[in-house]
Design a protein around this ligand. Sequence first.
Ligand code: UDP
Ligand code: MG
Length: 312
Amino acid sequence: MKLSLVVPCYNEQDNVELFYEETVKAFNNAGFDYEFVFVNDGSRDKTLEKLRKLYNEKTESNITVVSFSRNFGKESAIYAGIKNSTGDYISLIDADLQQRPEVVLEMMGILENEYEYDCVAAYQASRKEGSVMTGFKSGFYKVINKLSEVELHADASDFRTFTRGVADAILEMGEYHRFSKGIFSWIGFNTKFIPYEVQERNAGETKWSFTKLVKYALEGITAFSTKPLKLATYVGMLASLAAIVYLIVVIVQRMFFNVAVSGYATIVGLILLLGGIQLFCIGIIGSYLAKTYIQSKNRPIYIAKEILKRDK
Ligand code: UDP
Ligand code: MG
């Protein structure tokens, strides 16, 4: 039995070696075979050099290095890593040591002993972020769980271990705009969620900013729900209803009470409001259309410039 560790790396020059050492230490008595599948996601620092060094020097370990032609993003790196993995089990783990390799052993224990589970996902036992961020994230999960057909576990990360069957299902999801939390939920299978203590980043810095997170959240919603597209219908129906009621009121006022209805401000206000709503709805349609457009080009999810792999 073999486990593949899929490790996406983007500008992780000061982490990859330590990650390797720590993992080898943790897996010393694991009792199963394992391989590393590092994916260099177009790093601009010395990550690739460090990975090459590991590949050339640590010949006792089973190491594969997939190197992208540019930065394609973590989602693409995960896809490429799974594609190049050969294990019976696959584990997704970050290179920055925020996720301890010891937790992978715990996950493996569950998969091997509790046959009903196909996947073990770790969620952060306690978030180490500010209250604004925590509030934003929990708000996002509420919205997406309401809107979409997939059920997302709040706090669950990409840190997971799963069977080859799950991996094959993920590879079958060939969509260009990848939102892995949604993909994991959509494919089904039985997932066990376990808590883990997220560590401080070993070196370097996170690639996530607040604006990037907002964009990612919107990606997630459009990727797994088409409900926003129906928003225009509902808003339109509401506006028409309000207009009919208002018209009746105006007619009655004019015919029976002889009130001359004036209202420059109201007219201007309503035009602006309705114009705004229309543009907003067109924007929503536009963002779906853009996704359809990109997907219709059928571009590859990633382009590998170089793959270091030994035949075993
Ligand atoms: N990562 C990647 N491509 C990117 C951004 C990030 O492969 O475009 C990798 C990164 O090297 C790390 C993992 O994804 O191994 C998680 O990234 P990060 O630590 O920045 O995210 P955080 O832990 O802060 O959520
Ligand atoms: Mg991290």
